[in-house]
Design a protein around this ligand. Structure first.
Ligand SMILES: [Zn+2]
Ligand SMILES: [Zn+2]
Length: 355
């Protein structure tokens, strides 16, 4: 009975939300709690996280979202309200959602390559608010309950971890292989842990000492600080057997110069995972003989599939990945301007926003 009353009141209720109006213009406002349709679900956000994509969106806007829209896309919470036609979910359930869902009817979906879906629905935004509406296509595919043993902040790692699961699957890492990861940001540190689960020896590079120290604590075999005096490719090779290069090299930065260096770090026949997205229109140069005679495999990796989202949730639920050390700070939603300042200045790894 109490739940019903609360449900009725919700539609007239106001909530706090961080609204994006234009690049560098995000305002904390009181707006209406989103109304949901019969196939949709309303989630009370308990924890949200910042992400590199949010940083880019803040500075440049986002091609898929027309302002004004509520900012943020990584979150976990409790179901507040369920549409009349939704099965399997009830108010009070702890849930986390990926930010997209594939159409399941295009060529790519039918071919099992759902991250390449021609009409990938990738429009879930609104995590930096008290409530978020989950669209029907995500409810039916990528809205997942999680156990009480996983905190809301931990569950909110689902989306980035799903992308990393995708990358590690494409890298086909085998037991005892050497993997080099360029970039010890949140993505690189997730890659480190998933690669280790695959039995890899991991070398990781970054500009920041603090990030590398954390990488060591999380089990990196060797960390390398990038400096202008050192040739990072040679340094990496030194830590591989007979200096032949790594079996797998992963780019988790998104800079053309790092893309180019990454492919010089693998052995003949090695696999290169190009994960970090560069600015649109960026070009890199490749040594064709190197690619040809060394049979190097280059693989671009983007986004995730519902199967990978489920695997990522299993990793979180089974406590196989440590995500708490990746959260540098926590702020209430009312301090969103500080969160944005930190994000802009690359201060810390991930920042938790608690409505
Ligand atoms: Zn993200
Ligand atoms: Zn599709």
């Amino acid at each position: 009975m109490k739940e019903k009353e609360e449900e009725l009141n919700l539609s007239e209720k106001k909530m706090k939300a961080a609204v994006f109006y234009a690049p560098r213009q995000v305002k904390l406002e009181e707006i209406s709690v989103p109304a949901i349709g019969p196939d949709e679900v309303l989630v009370k956000v308990r924890a949200a996280l910042t992400c590199g994509t949010d940083r880019k969106t803040y500075l440049r806007g986002h091609p898929l979202f027309k302002p004004p829209f509520v900012f943020g896309h990584e979150f976990a919470g409790d179901i507040a309200k369920v549409g009349s036609k939704v099965d399997g979910f009830q108010p009070g359930m702890r849930v986390v959602a990926a930010n997209s869902a594939p159409c399941n009817s295009c060529f790519y979906c039918k071919n099992g390559e759902q991250s390449l879906c021609d009409s990938l629905f990738i429009q879930l935004s609104g995590a930096f608010a008290e409530y978020i509406k989950i669209p029907a296509i995500i409810v039916s595919q990528n809205l997942l309950p999680f156990p009480e043993t996983v905190s809301y902040k931990q569950a909110a790692f689902l989306e980035p971890l799903s992308c990393v699961v995708h990358g590690v699957e494409e890298a086909k890492i085998n037991l005892g292989e050497t993997v080099v990861i360029n970039g010890a940001g949140p993505i690189g540190l997730l890659f480190l842990q998933v690669a280790k689960l695959r039995g890899a020896k991991v070398i990781i590079t970054d500009l920041q000492e603090e990030r590398l120290a954390l990488a060591s604590r999380l089990g990196a075999y060797q960390t390398l600080k990038i400096s202008p005096e050192q040739n990072v490719v040679e340094e990496v090779r030194k830590y591989t057997e007979e200096q032949r290069g790594a079996d797998v090299a992963i780019e988790a930065v998104g800079l053309p110069e790092v893309w180019e260096e990454t492919l010089l770090m693998v052995r003949k026949g090695g696999r290169v995972i190009l994960f970090g997205g560069c600015e649109t229109g960026t070009k890199v140069s490749l040594d064709t003989s190197l690619i040809h005679y060394s049979q190097i495999n280059l693989k671009g990796v983007f986004h995730h599939t519902p199967g990978q989202v489920k695997k990522a949730l299993n990793l979180l639920s089974d406590k196989l990945i440590k995500v708490d050390p990746l959260i540098t700070a926590e702020f209430p939603l009312s301090e969103i301007s500080t969160v944005i300042e930190w994000m802009q200045a690359y201060k810390g790894l991930k920042i938790a926003v608690i409505p």
